[in-house]
Ligand binder design. Structure first.
Ligand SMILES: *[C@@H]1O[C@H](CO)[C@@H](O)[C@H](O)[C@H]1NC(C)=O
Ligand SMILES: *[C@@H]1O[C@H](CO)[C@@H](O)[C@H](O)[C@H]1NC(C)=O
Ligand SMILES: *[C@@H]1O[C@H](CO)[C@@H](O)[C@H](O)[C@H]1NC(C)=O
Length: 743
């Protein structure tokens, strides 16, 4: 390839991460300073006065003399050690795993092999729960998924005994492991090894130096995907634009053998479809010009003159306000929250809420059955690795100035560790919202005005799975609520068309327009309708693992004749759910319910079982036929809520081996066993969905769309847990003066 086209090979950038860059990283250890308030008017280097925080993200230049000395730990991943049973494998551990594997019979024979996943084999849950800081760690183990030739193997490596055990070999599951980054990278180049691909591209009028191709997981439809790992590739012209996604060589689909990288088949159904132009596709700030007269915004930022209120202990344990939890980056899930606990202001006890929570799978089916589109039904975690696709966050824009960052340490296909810098950020948010309030009316004679500002803690990661960007936030509130939020941005996957205007679209005799499967967004570009589903694994342990799932059905009750001037009222009917099938829940506005996870024995002073509830918000359900191959594989989205008994090997909603899976190992299959879930260690699965009918505003890049759900205490505390929260006073806050005041 010509160097000119390199920028479009996004996976190249990913590969660059393999150059192991053990740069130092900074984590905040705050609030630790006694410096007090800062001189907010010293703003020599900044247009706004800067009350400098006690830590900086590492992209910033070194501290100047005037900066208060932040308490920093220079974070050298080379010497990382594990401090907690759930800490991810360290660089040293990865290196040991690699060396132990290299002498194992499976890998020492010289047969080509690749490690598709090397992660911590988490110790048994009871061991983790029993562990306390200062205790020795349970034995450190790695879980390894490898391919040797055509076979997949699962192994564990015990780092203390240096034993390598085979768990499953060869794997008989219908699917294959997550792709490696190297495979995705190689597949971007694979089409150009084939002269017919070159000829087809040239025949479409695209210069071979202007083309980039993109690896698209094939799904499973039974014919072409049988008995070999395959991937599809589609190509774009990047001539005149960085936004090559808007210039598809429509209809050209190249089937590639993922093991050999050989082109198996070339289909071009679009020779008559022009390549859309590059006009208006630019989205980079530096190239957009400034002839827009919209009133601009002045800079805005949060200042924390006394530094952040959270600490990150031993690199992974976050403590903030009443919360503490373990946080780790994961190549498949993105981030994993573990041992989430909240401090009870009444009893001074730190209580368990959730053992583990993470994104288990995503499902993104496109709604166009034609040859170049039907297979686009992605599972971004199990196929691409949601964490592997998380790019470094951009300070000041992805996360505010007061954010701390955490790196991911993952492995390349040869087992070598690499660092994904700034993959997760953690920051406190004050969005100007209110925690609670009351003002007394003058008629009461009580001059009461009590208001508490709402400050929250956000853990954020962003995965850029090809064109799309998924922003995942876990937001902790001091009132005990945890909000999981998904934001969608990035660039649409669009379809080329010969239409330039709606008035050209064919109509039948009745005047019905031809089905476009989407919206004409610009000349020759259709934004294709699709869905996004994000399935969360939520192992709630409310005051311990023995919990029950309770449906609180809201029902209309008719009054007896003569009982009341009212004919009806609404009542809450509680039902403890006994087995899995009764916990397969489809949301409905006209059958409203609350979904509680309650402790089986612990009650509040007045006798309510302690609990948390899952509070759905705007969401969507798949309309696909349950027998449609993608929906079979994505059957974990058939319900919005499922509850299963805890099982260490049931973590991935589409099955451990998702790529080209047939849907025989999904959450839906497990749940249909209808196991007991009453008074058990249970896991709740919640699916957040979006239907996306693109509109012109999504071109050439989409403004973020988001939705969320909450985990909210329900009779968990004896009373409002933030009763004693302090209000803001003028003297607590930095007084910053703008250096420049614009007219
Ligand atoms: C296809 O085109 C690319 C780019 O010009 C070139 O590097 C490659 O060698 C060509 N492949 C074949 C098989 O001719
Ligand atoms: C194709 O690219 C080459 C190299 O940049 C250039 O010399 C040639 O003019 C281009 N051809 C077309 C048809 O754009
Ligand atoms: C745990 O999960 C695995 C994988 O789904 C399954 O084979 C096993 O039977 C499950 N165990 C129980 C007790 O349900």
């Amino acid at each position: 390839m010509e160097p000119k086209t390199f920028f479009c090979f996004i996976f190249l950038i990913v590969t660059a991460g393999f150059i192991i860059s053990f740069t130092s990283t900074n984590f905040p250890h705050a609030p630790s300073s006694t410096t007090g308030l800062l001189d907010c008017t010293d703003s020599s280097s900044s247009p706004l006065c800067a009350s400098r925080n006690f830590f900086f993200n590492k992209q910033k230049p070194p501290f100047s003399k005037q900066d208060p000395k932040p308490k920093l730990k220079n974070h050298d991943h080379l010497s990382d050690t594990a401090n907690h049973p759930l800490d991810p494998l360290t660089v040293m551990e990865f290196n040991k795993v690699r060396s132990l594997l290299s002498s194992h019979a499976l890998f020492s024979s010289g047969a080509p092999h690749a490690f598709h996943s090397i992660v911590l084999e988490e110790p048994e849950k009871n061991l983790v729960r029993a562990w306390e800081k200062g205790n020795p760690l349970p034995p450190r183990k790695a879980s390894v998924i490898a391919r040797v030739g055509p076979d997949t193997h699962v192994l564990t490596v015990d780092l203390s005994s240096s034993r390598v055990d085979i768990v499953d070999s060869p794997v008989r599951a219908s699917g294959y492991p997550m792709m490696t980054l190297e495979e995705m990278n190689d597949v971007t180049f694979a089409p150009f090894t084939n002269a017919d691909v070159n000829r087809t591209i040239v025949a479409r009028g695209v210069n071979l130096t202007d083309v980039c191709c993109f690896p698209l997981s094939s799904g499973w439809y039974g014919r072409k995907e049988e008995n070999k790992r395959v991937i599809k590739s589609q190509c774009y012209s990047n001539q005149g634009t960085a936004n090559f996604y808007m210039r598809p060589i429509e209809g050209l689909t190249i089937l590639i053998d993922l093991d050999t990288k050989q082109v198996i088949e070339i289909v071009d159904t679009g020779p008559n479809i022009p390549i859309p132009g590059s006009t208006n596709t630019e989205y980079r700030f530096k190239n957009l010009g400034t002839n827009d007269k919209t009133r601009g915004l002045n800079p805005i930022s949060i200042e924390q003159p006394r530094g952040p209120s959270f600490v990150i202990e031993d690199n992974h344990v976050v403590k903030w306000a009443n919360w503490e939890f373990h946080l780790k980056p994961d190549p498949r899930a993105g981030v994993v929250l573990s041992q989430v606990r909240v401090h009870d202001p009444d009893t001074q006890v730190t209580r368990e809420v959730m053992y583990q929570g993470f994104v288990s799978e995503l499902f993104v089916p496109y709604m166009d059955p034609s040859d170049a589109w039907y297979f686009k039904t992605y599972m971004d975690a199990g196929e691409y690795g949601f964490g592997l696709q998380a790019m470094p966050l951009v300070p000041l824009n992805d996360c505010p100035r007061n954010a701390a960052y955490m790196d991911g340490v993952f492995t390349a296909a040869d087992g070598t560790p690499f660092v994904r810098e700034n993959m997760v950020c953690i920051f406190e948010r004050y969005a100007g919202d209110i925690g609670w309030r009351h003002s007394e009316s003058p008629i009461s004679g009580l001059p009461i005005k009590e208001v508490r500002p709402k400050v929250t803690l956000v853990v954020r990661m962003v995965a850029s799975v090809g064109n799309y960007d998924y922003i995942i936030d876990y937001e902790f509130q001091t009132d005990g609520l945890i909000k999981a939020k998904v934001g969608l941005s990035g660039i649409l996957m669009v379809k080329g068309t010969s239409y330039q205007n709606k008035n050209q679209v064919n109509k039948d005799k009745e005047g019905n327009e031809e089905e476009l499967h989407g919206t004409l967004l610009a000349e020759n570009i259709i934004g294709v309708i699709h869905d996004h589903y994000v399935t969360f694994y939520l192992d709630l342990d409310v005051d311990g693992p023995d919990n029950s799932f309770v449906k609180v059905n809201l029902k209309r009750q008719e009054t007896e004749p003569g009982e009341s001037p009212r004919k009806s009222y609404m009542k809450a009917v509680k039902n403890i759910v006994k087995t899995e099938k009764d916990a397969q829940i489809k949301l409905s506005l006209y059958d409203p319910s609350e979904f509680h996870v309650v402790n089986s024995v612990k009650t509040t002073r007045v006798g309510n079982p302690t609990g948390y509830k899952i509070v759905p918000r705007a969401t969507a359900a798949s309309l696909l036929d349950h027998d449609d191959p993608p929906q079979k594989r994505g059957a974990f989205t058939n319900n919005q809520i499922w509850v299963t008994p805890y099982n260490k090997s049931e973590k991935w909603a589409a099955g451990l081996f998702t790529y080209q899976s047939h849907g025989d190992d999904t959450l839906a299959v497990w749940s249909d066993r209808d196991r007991d879930i009453e008074n058990k260690d249970i896991v709740v699965w919640y699916t957040l969905g979006f239907h996306h009918v693109p509109c012109q505003e999504d071109f050439p890049i989409m403004p973020t769309v988001s939705s969320s759900f909450d985990l909210k205490p329900a009779n968990f505390f004896e009373r409002n847990p933030i009763l004693r929260a302090a209000p803001n006073f003028e003297h607590d806050l930095p007084v910053c003066e703008a250096k420049y005041v614009s007219a």
